[in-house]
Design a binder for this molecule. Structure first.
Ligand SMILES: [Zn+2]
Length: 197
C-alpha cells in the first residue's frame, strides 16, 4: 500500500470520532418541530480496505424525530461517507486527487489494490467537476479562498491548499470542509442524485 495511513485502524477511528461529534451537535439541536431525535442509522457496507474498519463503519449516523406526526429524518454531515457513494470519502478524494499528484504507476497500483472499476473512477471525476462545483458548500468555500482554484483539478487543487502536515492530515481537513455536501441541507443537487457512485 502506498500510504500507510490507509490501512491504519486509528486513522478510521479518528474519522468516526469526528462524525460522532458532528452527529452529537445535530442530536442536541433536536428536530425543527421541537421534537427529540432518536437514533435511526443507515446500514452501510463500504467497499475497499474492510480489514482496517471496525463495526462503526457498518452504519451511517442518522436520526429520526420521536414526535408522532413528524418523524422527520436528520442526517448529520459525515467525513466518512460521501453521499451515496459505496467507497469511503477518503478513497474517493485520494484517488481522484492522485490524478494530480502521484505518478501514474503509484496511482494505478492503489486503484488495483482497492479494486475500483474504471467507470466508477470516471463518474467520480465527473462528480467533482460538474456536481460538486454547483453545491452551496463549494460556492461558500470558493468565496473564502484568496486565490481561485482550478476547478478542473478538484479535489487535488484544494488538497494542495490545505495546511496539514502530511497527506493524511490534509485529507481529514478536506473531508471536514466538504462534509456539508453529505447532507440534504448542505447541497443543492448532490443528495438528490439517485445514482450510486
Ligand atoms: Zn420533528
Amino acid at each position: 500500500m502506498c500510504h500507510a495511513f490507509l490501512t491504519d485502524t486509528s486513522f478510521y477511528q479518528l474519522l468516526t470520532r469526528i462524525d460522532e461529534s458532528i452527529a452529537e451537535e445535530v442530536r442536541a439541536r433536536g428536530c425543527g418541530c421541537g421534537g427529540r431525535l432518536h437514533s435511526a442509522r443507515y446500514p452501510r457496507k463500504p467497499r475497499g480496505l474492510r480489514s482496517a474498519l471496525n463495526e462503526s463503519y457498518e452504519s451511517r449516523l442518522s436520526f429520526c424525530c420521536a414526535r408522532d406526526g413528524c418523524r422527520r429524518r436528520s442526517t448529520p454531515a459525515s467525513v466518512r461517507f460521501l453521499g451515496r457513494k459505496v467507497y469511503l470519502g477518503v478513497i474517493v478524494v485520494l484517488i481522484t486527487a492522485l490524478h494530480h499528484g502521484l505518478t501514474d504507476q503509484r496511482r494505478r497500483r492503489l486503484i488495483e489494490q482497492l479494486d475500483v472499476p474504471a467507470q466508477t473512477l470516471w463518474r467520480w471525476r465527473r462528480w467533482w467537476r460538474q456536481r460538486f462545483v454547483e453545491t452551496r458548500c463549494w460556492q461558500a468555500l470558493a468565496g473564502q479562498l484568496i486565490a481561485p482554484l482550478v476547478t478542473d483539478s478538484l479535489p487535488g487543487s484544494l488538497l494542495e491548499r490545505l495546511s496539514g502536515k502530511g497527506l493524511s492530515e490534509r485529507l481529514v481537513q478536506l473531508l471536514i470542509l466538504i462534509s456539508p455536501v453529505t447532507t440534504a441541507t448542505g447541497s443543492l443537487r448532490v443528495s438528490a442524485d439517485p445514482q450510486k457512485m
